[in-house]
Design a binder for this molecule. Structure first.
Ligand code: HEC
Length: 139
């Protein structure tokens, strides 16, 4: 009887812990989505557009041909952006840690910055973590 009561107590505690963790994760993902979509505006360059000019939501952050070009030539200008979802080659090559580090330093795992027009972001570790947690939810 005592054992049963203890077992119930333990599982209730475990359940509560799991629930609060889920709440924390959800808040982190929501923060990451906000940083990506409303602050960094990553979709402007990393999501392709339909002929109507609207984003192709089925290819969210899957890499695109840019719809802008510099007026004067810019060295190293890229006409395309890579897939930044976990399905892209970048995650395989850099891992989530590499992407997090890149978002805090602006430097890739080889210590080099990206070519134009990729902006250099120097996010806090906490914000970079949130960005990566959000990107992880993209298929
Ligand atoms: C103004 C356009 C633009 C915006 C906005 C933008 N990117 Fe990029 N991004 C690019 C281009 C172009 C590249 C390719 C650069 C290269 O290969 O060196 C790139 C490359 C990257 C890379 C790989 C870097 C490398 O060295 O290969 C990552 C990771 C990335 N972007 C993430 C993001 C995230 C996350 C955001 C939003 C917080 C964002 N980008 C916003 C244009 C953009």
């Amino acid at each position: 009887m005592v054992n049963l009561r203890m077992a119930c107590h333990v599982s209730a505690v475990a359940l509560l812990a799991a629930l609060s963790l889920t709440g924390q994760d959800a808040a982190k993902v929501a923060r990451g989505k906000y940083l990506v979509e409303e602050v960094g505006k990553c979709q402007e360059c990393h999501t392709p557009r339909l002929d109507s000019g609207e984003f192709d939501k089925t290819k969210w952050m899957k890499g695109a041909v840019l719809n802008v070009a510099p007026i004067k030539p810019v060295q190293g200008w890229h006409k395309t952006s890579p897939d930044i979802t976990p399905e892209g080659r970048l995650w395989e090559r850099w891992t989530a840690e590499g992407i997090k580090k890149y978002m805090t330093t602006g430097l890739n795992p080889k210590g080099r910055p990206a070519d134009a027009p990729m902006p250099t972001y120097k996010l806090t570790a906490e914000d970079a973590d949130a960005v990566v947690e959000y990107l992880k939810t993209l298929k």
